[in-house]
Design a protein around this ligand. Sequence first.
Ligand SMILES: Cc1ncc(COP(=O)(O)O)c(C=O)c1O
Length: 378
Amino acid sequence: MIPYGRQCITADDVEAVAETLQSDWLTTGPKVDEFERAVTDYVGAGHGLAVCNGTAALHCAAVAAGIGPGDEVIVPAITFVATANAAVFQNGIPVFADVDRDTLLIDPDSVEAKITAKTKAIFAVDYAGQPCDYAALRSIADRHKLILVADASHSIGAASELGKVGQLADLTTFSFHPVKPITTGEGGMVVTNDETMWRTMRRFRNHGIDNDSRQREASGQWFYEMVSLGYNYRIPDILCALGISQLKKLAGWIKRRQAIAAQYDNAFASVAGIKPLLTRPGVSHGYHLYVIRIDEQRFGKTRDELFRLLREKGIGVNVHYLPLNLHRFYRENFGAHAGQCPVAENVFSELLSLPIYPDMQNSQVEMVVDAIQAAVQK
Ligand SMILES: Cc1ncc(COP(=O)(O)O)c(C=O)c1O
């Protein structure tokens, strides 16, 4: 099976993890700080907070943004559920904005149309690894005094004409799940330039306690106080060691992903009915996902038919994502319904994510292309 995405682990990663396993600190130790510094240096942000997964990072961002009961948070219809759940965890209300048909990125006009007096934040998503139109989103956020969050789970290492991902919003969250651009097994991070927000999230990561065990050990004190409600969202040093090692390879891996995407683009230019998503001008795309749209009339097969044919051939295609407003949970609890996000609902049945990951060979890309071309004739 050629998977749609997979991690790339090399001997230096294994060595870094083994070394940390034999150190004094398995969690809340120096590797956490080192990983935070490495990522903030890489993306050019002021502060980083490493946590146990990307969902926890989004929850921390919701807390830092001050989301509370009844606050509305605008999220794109096409994303993973965790983006919307960050608001729900804080008893906020997710409001679904539509996406651009050609990029699947949140549509700034739809965002503007969904703002009410209760809106507190916009959680944009760099779908597939492409930064959103942050100039437009920033202008909307500033005009309406909203916090702008980038869910950059797909896009660490990508950039737009405004700068690198990590610098484009008030808070930016990353996921280090194995299919993501770099992995820690499970892991995540929030980066921000706002020190107050960072301190709030730091406490929230550790039960709402005002210091951590390393600070207590350094000062020789036992005393700690819980000052607000928090969670245990800590990430072990063992995983941070893996993240530090992985980050060194990110730039090369993105180049490889971009080369695979170019190979696909080139091949599909001559396949009727297969249309890759568009890349916005000035963007350096991270290509966490390579997504095509299938025009059923021109291609002669539906997305689901092509999905089945490719899976039968051992090609692990996938679908990202069912529009959030169609999920039962949001329908039953937040009045979401079909018809709210017409572009997302219309384009969704055409989407297919093809395999892309740094270790993927050109011959495997050709196999995928050949299988799609063969499907036309079937
Ligand atoms: C857009 C998006 N947001 C959030 C997440 C959640 O990340 P994690 O799986 O690390 O909790 C994911 C990962 O699946 C994602 O794709």
